[in-house]
Write a protein that binds this ligand. Structure first.
Ligand code: ZN
Length: 138
């Protein structure tokens, strides 16, 4: 893949420097078959340094998970080598299936088929709590 020009795919831009691998891991990009380029510590006028992830395919991306990690991220959607859409994420009110509750006594640890859900309880400090046991995420 030529990392400067994508014909079809996504560019996840304005990632806070150092967060690219967290996104890669949390969103399960290791399981993708397409080419992925992670570019770290790119000079940015706005941010000083930033990370960028380029994906050579128009995959469905978990916007909740992206917003949770880094609400300043933008996603460029590329088709026929043209930018067709610019998406913004925000700190989500709820997270579905993004995090697992670490409380061993939580009902989701016992009943594995329950969906993992977290709620934003403190926007300023970005605190999420399990909706079942109210344990703090990480
Ligand atoms: Zn819980």
């Amino acid at each position: 893949m030529n990392i400067d020009s994508i014909k079809e795919g996504l560019v996840i831009d304005h990632i806070t420097a150092g967060n690219a691998m967290r996104i890669y891991n949390l969103l399960g990009f290791d399981k993708l078959e397409c080419s992925i380029a992670i570019i770290k510590n790119v000079n940015s006028k706005k941010m000083g340094k930033k990370d960028i992830i380029k994906i050579d395919s128009n995959i469905d991306i978990n916007l909740e998970a992206l917003g949770y990690i880094d609400p300043g991220i933008t996603i460029d959607v590329i088709r026929d080598s043209k930018l067709v859409e610019k998406r913004h994420v925000d700190l989500p009110e709820t997270l579905h299936g993004v995090l697992r509750c670490k409380n061993p006594r939580c009902i989701t640890s016992v009943e594995q088929e329950l969906s993992q859900e977290f709620m934003l309880t403190d926007r300023e400090n970005r605190v999420y709590r399990c909706i079942y046991c109210e344990a703090k995420a990480n």
